[in-house]
Design a protein around this ligand. Sequence first.
Ligand SMILES: Cc1cc2nc3c(=O)[nH]c(=O)nc-3n(C[C@H](O)[C@H](O)[C@H](O)COP(=O)(O)O)c2cc1C
Ligand code: SF4
Length: 370
Amino acid sequence: MQILRKSEWEGFKKILGMDRKEVIKKVKESGLKGKSGSNFPTGLKWELMGKGTRYLICNADEGEPGTFKDRFIMEKNPSLLIEGIAIASYAMDVHKAFIYLRGEYSYIKPKLERVIKQSEKYLKKINLKININLGAGSYLCGEETAILESIEGKRPVARQKPPYPSDVGLYGEPTCINNVETLANVPLIFLGEWNNKLELYSLSGDLENPGVYEIETGTNLKQIVSLGKPRTEPKVIYFGASGGCIPYKKFENLSVNCKTISEQGAMLGPRSLIVCGKDRSIVELSKIITEFFLHESCGYCTPCREGNFRIWELLKKIEEGNGKKSDLKLMEKLAHHISETSYCALGSSSTTHLKCAIKYFKEEFLRLCR
Ligand SMILES: Cc1cc2nc3c(=O)[nH]c(=O)nc-3n(C[C@H](O)[C@H](O)[C@H](O)COP(=O)(O)O)c2cc1C
Ligand code: SF4
């Protein structure tokens, strides 16, 4: 795996002789895109930073269900991540960086602290301090503006955008927020042996071999899923909780990338594939995911808070055999309304799973309706 390459700060040593703008140019030319699922060009994000006391935040909250690739990097190759943070900080003229670490990953904190300490001689060269902040425990905490609130000691809820964090971020200053995998790829670019097409996938669900796999973009669904060794014939693939789902058989030969998955109405996101076998009930899966969003909704806006509750009630009714065909229509209408009117991206992606489930498995819902 290229992400496990031990770099010994070779990438960092190369950038020290370079102009900041040159570093950004090289990252832009490399084609590196945000690995949180944002797919936003990383070099461009760095270039867009406003003037002021700039901050960098490494987003290690990893809250998307079925996602564990960032944990893998931090456990197996933390030094590559710290080097990536140092290069990004140099490029953006940042002197204070933060690692916002998922609360459940607190056991990794001492390891990261050790690596930061061991890297002091390099960090001193660019006058960089790296802080580790433990996540405040909700899915929304991973959203970039909620992180800002959390680090500032407030309740972690989303801020309105614009202004974007690149202009008005932490303590009102320009802030860049990048995912762990994004930053860990940065030193590899400067080593000159980076394969732009390799990305990490978290495979889980009804599998004999769940885990993290490094896979070339465009590999077909069947090849990806077969790495995890399905226990039974796969029926449906979920892309985390927020990315929706696609039926396996229909799309097993589909070459997987952001575009091909979004063309089917789903979102690849941080490449977390939850493989559900042939005996799984779509109505039950829809209810479980709705319960997740109900639990994680911050409650600020009505569509996300109340709408998901209404959807849950309708799913329960259908599951118990008391639903009507008109309930399915109502649920579909609600799902669209929630995604279009929610205040933040948590709400707007909270019904993608249901829209996909109804699109591809309508018969299964109708069979339970009167
Ligand atoms: C509800 C919600 C949760 C998120 N959780 C995470 C997360 O745990 N880790 C992450 O890197 N990005 C997460 N994001 C995306 C971040 O807001 C942000 O786009 C990302 O950290 C940018 O990194 P990148 O440019 O390297 O992709 C989340 C977004 C939303 C809407
Ligand atoms: S969509 Fe609204 S209720 Fe849901 S998490 Fe965002 S702000 Fe909170």
